[in-house]
Design a protein around this ligand. Structure first.
Ligand SMILES: NC(=O)c1ccc[n+]([C@@H]2O[C@H](COP(=O)([O-])OP(=O)(O)OC[C@H]3O[C@@H](n4cnc5c(N)ncnc54)[C@H](OP(=O)(O)O)[C@@H]3O)[C@@H](O)[C@H]2O)c1
Length: 222
C-alpha cells in the first residue's frame, strides 16, 4: 500500500486530498495544526499528525515521529493568503507569515522527509498560477504572488537535486477552487480540483519534474 502525507489536511483542498486518497486505498497521513478538526471532518481512518508548518522543531522531528516510514508522496498543501494587497494599501505585517507558510515550510518539510521518499516517489508543492511571473497581469496579491513564485523556484531546485534519486518534484496549480481561501465565487469545487491533481500526479514522468502544472494537466509558464 502506498503512503501519502498531506499538510493542511483539516479543511479545503488538503481535506479533500485525504478523503480521495483514502478512498483510493492509500495509507494517508493527515498533518494539520488542528487534528481534532480533521477528525470531525473526515469519515475515514487516516492517521492524524499534529503539525504547525511554522514549527521548525516539529518539522525536524518528523522523521523520528514517522519512525523512518516510507513516504511515497508528499503533498505540501498548507497555505496562507494574506489578503488582496492592492497597491497603495499593502499591509507588510503579514509578509513573514506568508513566506514562512507558503515558501520556507514546504522546503523544510521536503528537506526533512526526502530521505524517507523512495526512488519513484513524488513531492508535490501546491503552488498557484498567481505565482507565475509570465501570467501576471497585475491586480494586487503582491505578497501571495511573491511567496508562490519563490515556492515554484525552490520546486525546480528540489527537482534538479532529487533527480539522481529518481524522485519527481512538481508545483501544481489547483485551479480557482471554492474553499475558505478561494471563496464561494471560485470556478470549481474541491472534488474536481483534487481528482484532476491526483490524475496529474499519477501520470507524472521524468519529463514533468521541475514544472508548474495546472490541475487539468496543462503546463503553466513560469
Ligand atoms: N483555493 C484556491 O483557489 C487556490 C488557488 C491556488 C492555490 N491554492 C493553494 O492551495 C492550498 C490549499 O488551499 P485551500 O484553498 O484549501 O485553502 P484553505 O481552505 O484556506 O486551507 C488552508 C490550509 O492551510 C493550513 N495552514 C495554514 N497555515 C498553517 C500552518 N502554519 N500550519 C499548518 N497548516 C496551516 C490551514 O490550516 P488551519 O485550519 O489550521 O488554518 C488549512 O488547512 C494552499 O497552498 C493555497 O495557496 C488555492
Amino acid at each position: 500500500m502506498q503512503t501519502v502525507l498531506v499538510t493542511g489536511a483539516n479543511r479545503g483542498l488538503g481535506l479533500e486530498f485525504v478523503r480521495q486518497y483514502r478512498e483510493a486505498g492509500w495509507s494517508v497521513m493527515a498533518a494539520s495544526r488542528r487534528p481534532d478538526e480533521a477528525v470531525r471532518a473526515l469519515d475515514c481512518d487516516a492517521a492524524l499528525l499534529a503539525l504547525d508548518v511554522q514549527d521548525e522543531q516539529a518539522i525536524r522531528a518528523l522523521p523520528e515521529v514517522l519512525r523512518g516510514r516510507q513516504i511515497d508522496l508528499l503533498i505540501n498543501n498548507a497555505g496562507y493568503h494574506p489578503g488582496m494587497q492592492q497597491l497603495g494599501r499593502i499591509n507588510y505585517s503579514n509578509w513573514q507569515t506568508a513566506f514562512h507558510v507558503n515558501t520556507i515550510a514546504p522546503l523544510q518539510i521536503a528537506e526533512a522527509l526526502f530521505p524517507l521518499i523512495p526512488s519513484g516517489g513524488k513531492i508535490v508543492n501546491v503552488g498557484s498560477r498567481l505565482g507565475s511571473i509570465a501570467c501576471n497581469q497585475g491586480g494586487g496579491s503582491y505578497i501571495y504572488r511573491a511567496t508562490k513564485a519563490a515556492l515554484h523556484c525552490l520546486t525546480r531546485s528540489l527537482a534538479m537535486d532529487l533527480a539522481p534519486r529518481s524522485i519527481l518534484v512538481v508545483a501544481l496549480h489547483p485551479g480557482w477552487v471554492k474553499t475558505d481561501m478561494g471563496t464561494s465565487a471560485a470556478d470549481i469545487e474541491v472534488g474536481e480540483s483534487v481528482s484532476g491533481m491526483r490524475n496529474v500526479i499519477t501520470n507524472l514522468g521524468p519529463q514533468n519534474t521541475g514544472c508548474l502544472i495546472n490541475y487539468d494537466g496543462v503546463e503553466i509558464p513560469w
